[in-house]
Design a protein around this ligand. Structure first.
Ligand SMILES: Nc1nc2c(ncn2[C@@H]2O[C@H](COP(=O)(O)OP(=O)(O)OP(=O)(O)O)[C@@H](O)[C@H]2O)c(=O)[nH]1
Ligand SMILES: [Mg+2]
Length: 627
């Protein structure tokens, strides 16, 4: 039986934000609706439509769509198609917008005006938000809003989305239906056949009328780029930036991390002394506090990583990094277009995989999806930090670099190199590895908006804490239960966990993982770790707390594993985490984006294979070196 899908869209007027990439649509959307969608200084941040609500000045309830940026209404990539479909009224479950708010970048009217003309030609009522007027004014581009409005036949409001300037005027305008609905067919001559050329000519005329027909270079950005995009200095500076980032992840986090650690330790002791020995004691102390608490400790490090990512995103440096790495990516058959999705995967592979919607070429898009999980997502950071903290000495090497930070950087680079190698192989399977030159817009530099950075950090903290309190808590408690029952048989020696379901499972798995140096506790922890990587830590915390003798049950995980694992085992586990596909949500996202089970299955297979191989080599070589 076929399912019948009935679309019910809420009543009430629908507005849509349309504009070129990176012109500030989402910043305006957030201001208008009070949402906190992601805003960043590069093209292709928004890849799906997002909906919000606002009330007009007169208190009318309106729905507002934030759409992916587009240069034209002839879509080239999946994200641009979303925008075009909405405007044409073809989007599933959505009616055609009643009003389009065209967001223009005042510093680049030439490019952005063509889109307004195209929207008008579709017969959609529109108003213009002339955004980034603060930057335009600073650069000496003075645009007379009234003249512009007269020239394009559409009401124009000057805005600075990041500061909320012009938002009230815009809301006022939304009530004046007679003003914007009258403007629909004000440019009848544009329906001639060679529209593109006519649009070109029309834009030139408009710019001439506004006295803006000369290109103004953005001097400060150009001057900065002369250094940051320098063929020798550029890559060096990029490397230094990355060095600093990873150094900070360890050195800045020390204080707050110790604080959380001792708070959790104190909690464990209090709970331990309050509760009588028994299953509740074990559940709270070994399951909850040793397990889940052990993951929470890594919050500061995650926030420091994201602080850097957010600042870099906001400043406009990221597309430059794409530009610098274009040659490297080209050598394995990837275009620089893949850079931003891969970069987003450092936070989490899922938004990274979604960001591939801005890649026009289907083959490039697929390769990018397939290698996205090799980028080190933030869920790996706690695992890396735990193992590095336990096994890599805190030492300064090569005049000033912290060894721990260097090893962390090395792990990130290992993931990147692995991804490049896989991309290279995948491209061999495809027909002809032609590489197109990178066509990417370099936005102007600007100071990161502290508000955006703070919002980003808060969201990241919330995501992490929600994970800890949700899936991590549930699976850790499940593992605790499996590790505690059935209890120890009469007269047996050893900890009860060794006789439990989990203990038996762990020992079975250890057969498979023994060649790469994993003991049964690690093998066991990898199973719930399939759902989310950090769970491996809480699982280890619980398993070790349950295996420990009563007197050292409250011990933190770091010294425990430092005592009981060999260095080759730790290195092998690190190598495992660089490659292993330990995240079901990512596989689900791949299935969604590629429309089938085939790709997620191939991905799982190749990642497990790579992980096992990498761990095997690491374990054998390090054992041999240390022998
Ligand atoms: N100075 C200044 N910066 C702005 C203004 N509006 C937005 N920005 C910044 O411009 C960048 C892009 O903003 P976004 O809202 O992400 O742009 P977008 O149009 O949604 O971009 P895509 O989703 O990629 O199409 C961010 O760094 C914003 O902080 C403005 O009026 N003035
Ligand atoms: Mg956006």
């Amino acid at each position: 039986m076929r399912e019948a899908i009935i679309h019910l869209h809420p009543a009430g007027p629908l507005l849509a934000l349309v504009g070129n990439p990176n012109c500030g649509k989402t910043a305006l959307f957030n201001r208008l609706t009070g949402s906190q969608q992601k805003v960043a200084n590069y093209a292709g941040v928004t890849v799906e439509r997002k909906e919000g609500r606002l009330s007009s000045a007169a208190g009318k309830n309106l729905r507002l769509l934030d759409l992916p940026g587009t240069y034209s209404l002839h879509p080239r990539s999946p994200d641009e198609r979303v925008t075009c479909d909405v405007l044409a009224g073809r989007a599933r479950g959505e009616k055609r917008p009643d009003l389009v708010i065209c967001v223009l970048d005042a510093t680049n009217l030439r490019r952005t005006l063509r889109l307004v003309l195209a929207v008008k030609r579709m017969g959609l009522p529109c108003v213009v938000a002339l955004n980034m007027t603060d930057l335009a004014d600073r650069r000496g581009i003075h645009i007379d809003a009234d003249k512009l409005s007269a020239a394009i036949g559409v009401p124009v409001i000057r805005t600075v989305a990041t500061q909320g300037v012009g938002v009230d005027e815009l809301k006022l305008l939304l009530d004046q239906r007679e003003v914007w609905s009258a403007a629909v067919d004000a440019l009848p001559e544009l329906s001639s056949p060679s529209k593109q050329e006519t649009d070109h000519a029309a834009v030139r005329q408009i710019l001439q009328a506004l006295d803006l027909d000369q290109q103004l270079p953005h001097l400060p950005s150009d001057r900065i780029d002369r250094v940051l995009l320098h063929p020798v200095l550029g890559p060096l500076i990029l490397l230094v930036v990355l060095f600093l980032l990873f150094q900070a992840v360890f050195s800045w986090a020390e204080g707050p991390k110790d604080l959380i650690e001792s708070a959790i330790g104190w909690l464990g002791q209090q709970a331990g002394s309050l509760l009588a020995e028994g299953w509740l004691h074990s559940l709270i102390v070994d399951g909850l506090i040793a397990g889940v608490g052990g993951v929470l400790v890594f919050l500061p490090q995650i926030l420091i990583l994201f602080f850097f990512i957010l600042v870099l995103e906001e400043s406009g440096y990221l597309p430059r990094a794409a530009f610098l790495l274009d040659r490297l990516m080209g050598s394995v058959g990837l275009s620089g277009r893949s850079f931003i999705p891969l970069l987003s995967s450092f936070a989490c592979a899922i938004p990274g995989i979604m960001a591939t919607r801005s890649i026009a070429n289907p083959r490039d898009r697929l390769v990018t999806i397939m290698i996205a999980p090799l980028m080190t997502c933030s869920a790996r950071l706690p695992v890396y930090a735990l193992l590095i903290g336990a096994f890599i000495p805190q030492r300064v090497v090569w005049g000033g670099f912290e060894l721990q930070g260097l090893v962390l950087l090395g792990l990130y680079i290992a993931g990147i190199l692995g991804a490049l190698a896989v991309a290279w192989v995948l491209k061999r399977f495809g027909s002809g590895a032609q590489v197109r030159p990178l066509m990417m817009e370099l936005p102007n530099y600007h100071w990161p908006n502290p508000r955006n950075v703070l919002i980003g950090l808060r969201q990241r903290a919330a995501i992490f804490i929600k994970r800890v309190g949700g899936i991590i808590l549930c699976l850790t408690l499940l593992l605790w239960a499996l590790s505690s029952f059935p209890g120890k048989p009469e007269g047996a020696s050893g900890a009860p966990i060794e006789y439990s379901v989990a203990g038996m499972l762990g020992r079975g798995l250890a057969q498979v993982f023994e060649p790469i140096g994993f003991n049964w506790q690690i093998s066991l922890a990898l199973v719930p770790g399939l759902a989310a990587r950090e769970i491996a830590i809480s699982a280890l915390g619980t398993v070790y707390a349950l295996s420990a003798r009563a007197e050292d049950a409250a011990q933190a995980l770091t010294p425990l594993i430092a005592q009981s694992w060999s260095l080759p085992t730790a290195l092998s586990l690190l190598a495992w985490f660089v490659f292993a596909p330990q995240c079901l949500a990512t596989l689900a996202a791949v299935r969604r984006e590629t429309g089938g089970l085939r790709m997620p299955l191939i991905m799982t297979g190749y990642l497990f294979g790579l992980a096992y191989l990498a761990s095997f080599i690491t374990f054998r070589i390090s054992t041999w070196l240390l022998a």
